[in-house]
Design a protein around this ligand. Sequence first.
Ligand SMILES: [Zn+2]
Length: 85
Amino acid sequence: MSKSSRGAAAPSLGPGWTVQQVVERSFNSGGTDTCTKCGASVDLGERHHRVDVAQDVELTGRRLRSKHEQLVFCSADCADGWIQQ
Ligand SMILES: [Zn+2]
């Protein structure tokens, strides 16, 4: 996982979205989610990748970071591929 993806644009989500951080996580609570890139089922109890993204939205001339999303990926390759696509 390259650190260079921090601050990168996330064109898949549309204009203004940028990558805040890419982290590897596992959750004791478990559960499953779907990989944003390939659609594979992700076991959240095992180590997987999450990408924090945010969208800057301008309101009345002020720049506000108002939207945040956290996306789930099954692997570093999927996370990198999604960011760079
Ligand atoms: Zn995947």
